[in-house]
Ligand binder design. Structure first.
Ligand code: ADP
Ligand code: MG
Length: 568
């Protein structure tokens, strides 16, 4: 059965009607496919399509002409015997050419249709509900003459007319929109604007988060002690003076000192001024930090253990006390060829008690203030404070006038904790292995000199400290001026041993001869001097257990009538 396009569709539909239809929402039932094909036949006007109507006709005529010329040429070349057969064949060919075309047809029986002469095969595809639907059929000459646009290539429809048998038996495909295709849809334009702007926003947001993340990580990294509630930037704000820093130290965090990074920052912004002292482990300098004086004890690299030990002791929890040198910072600075080990502390312009007493005499009141503050410092050092923020008992082991400093207000602080040992009360041991004889020989207790000291008892170390305290009190009392009378400054046993005595020199005097510094008679004329004399004798008993405790010395000194409230 022959079926042509004219039989299926009203092709003279107005283009405005067609334009109003939306191909994307067209119904997809078989009955409606025909009306869709009408849309395919009348798409929006296109220049290429209008040109192609004439081109289609021309192509068809040329092809027929070409076929006929080919048949004539074949006839002329054939031999006379075959001519009749060939003629018949040519007639058949020509008849075929003029008879029309056979085309693939989806809606026809046998899926085939035949066009009239000058007809064409039709093939189209269009997008319906997001799916491609094809249509193949025959196109009558009338349809060809009408407003049929055989060629179109849009993203929603594509059509073609062809002029050989079953030439429409191929599957047309809608191609994705190519960039050069004119006209952007609104959606595409919106995407074109939205996608880059969204990417930009996400980029900016990610950048901000990254910067914030870095800041937090930096803040966390700077916070070395997890219990430290103040951050280093707050601690190191430029308006902070030493007093504020020391106050922060004692009120915040673990109570053991400033965070290490703050310590290092302070140490590295100190400008050294002049040397003020020399001891066992190197030099002590006066330095300037933010316009304030600080003391810097510089250890040589071979004394690293001593530097570490002293810094460690100073940072013992709850050690800070009015009568213990105020520790500020420890720093180990590698300058390429050697390591500089610094210990920064509060600076006391009067220097050591040794220097002070060499230079000045003291009033009775001044003597008592000094004696009380030294005893208070030692009592704090010796005391164990129990609790989570507790402090172990500490023995100094090198108490002497050179290791006590005099503050501006006339009180004293105990310094040079490099030989100190801490008591572990749970195991009743000291925290470092201690050898028998450390400290300064002149101030060594008799039990140390003759090595009878019980190293297993921490009490022994405290008692040895008390012996030394008695000698310091003696040095101090000698310089007390009562009614204009005082003695010159002397070191203990100055009259009994050489200037740099050996242990043997000391042992002979202190242990064998049981000699002690002499207590002049005139000390009995003043109540304070009399108490001081009694205190020192009770501190340097040969029997360690008979000696006073630091707390007892403190109490006795505090009961002396001349003592006033000391304010900084
Ligand atoms: N904070 C300070 N302020 C003033 N002078 C100090 C200070 N610290 C130490 N000195 C001086 O330096 C000397 C040696 O200090 P010290 O800490 O005893 O060092 P060493 O461990 O070498 O004996 C002291 O006797 C004192 O004269
Ligand atoms: Mg010293």
């Amino acid at each position: 059965m022959r079926k042509t396009r004219s039989a299926q569709t009203p092709i003279h539909m107005s283009s405005s009607e067609v334009r109003g239809a939306n191909p994307l929402t067209l119904p997809s039932t078989e009955a409606e496919r025909r009306s869709r094909r009408v849309f395919a036949l009348f798409p929006l006007r296109s220049v290429t399509a209008s040109v192609s109507v004439g081109a289609v006709r021309g192509t068809r005529v040329n092809e027929v002409r070409r076929r006929r010329q080919g048949a004539d040429a074949a006839l002329a070349m054939a031999r006379p015997g075959q001519r009749s057969v060939q003629a018949a064949l040519i007639v058949l060919c020509v008849a075929q050419l003029t008879a029309g075309l056979r085309c693939a047809c989806q809606l026809c029986a046998n899926r085939t249709c035949e066009t009239a002469a000058d007809g064409a095969c039709w093939n189209s595809v269009m997008l319906v509900d997001g799916k491609e639907e094809t249509d193949r059929s025959c196109l009558s000459p009338a349809e060809m003459k009408g407003q049929v646009f055989c060629y179109s290539s849009r993203n929603v429809s594509k059509r073609s007319c062809c002029f050989t048998d079953f030439c429409n038996n191929e599957t047309l495909r809608l191609h994705p929109v190519s960039p050069e295709e004119p006209g952007w849809s609104r959606l595409q334009l919106a995407l074109l604007i939205l996608v880059p702007s969204c990417l930009l926003c996400v980029g900016v947001l990610a950048g901000v988060l990254l910067v914030q993340g870095h800041r937090c990580a930096y803040a966390r990294a700077c916070k070395q002690d997890p219990e430290e509630p103040l951050d280093d930037q707050v601690l190191m704000s430029p308006d902070k003076c030493l007093k504020d820093l020391i106050y922060d130290m004692s009120t915040s965090g673990s109570g053991s000192g400033l965070p290490l990074l703050v310590q290092r920052t302070i140490a590295r912004t100190i400008v050294l001024q002049e040397t003020i002292g020399k001891g066992r482990f190197g030099e002590v300098w006066r330095g300037k930090w933010r316009g304030e004086d600080v003391a810097v004890k510089i250890f040589s690299s071979r004394d690293e253990r001593s530097w570490f030990r002293e810094a460690e002791i100073y940072q013992t929890i709850m050690l800070r006390h009015d009568n213990i040198l105020g520790f500020i910072a420890a720093d180990n600075k590698d300058n390429g060829s050697w390591t500089q080990l610094w210990l920064v502390s509060e600076y006391h312009e009067h220097g050591s008690l040794y220097d002070y007493l060499n230079r000045y005499t003291v009033s009775v009141e001044g003597m008592v203030v000094l004696a009380l503050s030294i005893a208070s410092g030692l009592a704090h050092l010796h005391m164990e404070i129990i609790g989570t923020q507790g402090k172990p008992a500490i023995a100094h082991r090198d108490l002497k006038s050179k290791n006590i400093l005099v503050k501006k207000n006339g009180t004293a602080v105990i310094a040079d904790l490099g030989l100190a040992v801490k008591h572990d009360s749970t195991t009743n041991t000291v925290d470092i292995p201690s050898n028998h004889r450390v400290g300064t020989k002149r101030y060594m207790a008799p039990e140390i000199l003759d090595e009878t000291i019980n190293m297993n008892s921490f009490e022994s170390f405290k008692r040895a400290d008390i012996y030394s305290l008695g000698l310091v009190f003696w040095e101090l009392a000698r310089r007390c001026s009562v009614r204009g009378l005082h003695e010159d400054f002397q070191l203990p046993y100055y009259d009994l041993v050489p200037s740099d005595p050996s242990v043997e020199d000391m042992r002979k005097v202190v242990c064998d001869q049981k000699l002690r510094p002499s207590v002049p008679n005139q000390w009995q004329s003043s109540e304070a001097m009399r108490v001081m004399g009694k205190l020192m004798r009770e501190c340097w008993y040969a029997n360690p257990a008979a000696r006073l405790t630091a707390l007892r010395v403190k109490k006795t000194a505090s009961q002396l009538p001349v003592v006033r409230d000391v304010k900084d």
